[in-house]
Design a protein around this ligand. Sequence first.
Ligand SMILES: [Zn+2]
Ligand SMILES: [Zn+2]
Length: 341
Amino acid sequence: MLAAVYNGVNQFELAEYPLRKLDNGEVLIEVNYCGVCGTDHHIISGKAHANIPVILGHEFSGVITDKGHNVNDFQIGDKVAVDPNIYCGKCRYCRKGKVQFCENHQALGVTVDGGFAEYVIVPTSQIYLLPNNFDLSIAAFAEPLSCCLRGIEQAEIKPGDTVTIIGGGSIGLLMVQLVKLSGAAKIILVEPIESRKQIGLKLGVDIAFSPDDKNLVKSIIDYNDGGTDVAIECVGKSETVELSLKLIAKGGTIVVFGLAAKDEVIELNLQELFRNEIKIHNSFLNPFTFDAAVKLLVSGRINLNGIPTSKIQLKDIKDIFNRVDHTRIIKSQVTNKNKEE
Ligand SMILES: [Zn+2]
Ligand SMILES: [Zn+2]
């Protein structure tokens, strides 16, 4: 089958790749859509780890085309979304319910073969059944949405809170919708690109700022009479985390959601943290949130039509990683020829 194989830093090739036989409890999935994530860019440029060789792509959906032994709950032809994170269930963290820290964690598309391919082999523990008529392009958002749901858990939003989201990419725009569902009274977006601000405003943002607006901090603090109750940082840079610290109200919670490069550091004023009881939370992977993500997508409560998504054929996948202009398209999905629904 055709697959995009990662062979080491900046070595990312489209190649014929052999498919192994199915084991017990595994299914073969014909990939329809696989989202391209910031993590894929980080892996290819050497800023994040992956095994070698491996087929990248961890945000995928497709149709079951074959089953190994002992697969009784799923049928050939079923449409499914896939949680790429596989936990051992036996290590100290798994046994405490903190599976995201699993000492034997495997991830489809990072440590084992993933979705930038015509087919992928997946254990049934990872698959989530979708309705027959469901749009698989939307289903490929289940993984990023499940990660956002973990971030929302960490944000501890209470009805009536003001929430500021920093970064209006695909993650920030999913966060806007989840924050709205969580009962926020006011939603503020900080994002430099005008078209993304406009999309945010359509999806539930009340007021949008640019990071280079004059008096940005004062404007946001004034807007909520003393700061934002929750800030969700979806960029992964020290300056945006520092901005969160300037915007946060006393007793507020900051979620550092964006993945920062290894050398990003910030300075913290400890007495300010102490006096103001500022909570700084992080969010790693998607522990026990995939089911909720699928249900939110199937229910239609998350609007993906507003998020510009480009669909690129698997054979043209390298174009995505060579592209420089990210202003117009917010999300890219890789698809297989003749497999459009
Ligand atoms: Zn991802
Ligand atoms: Zn484990």
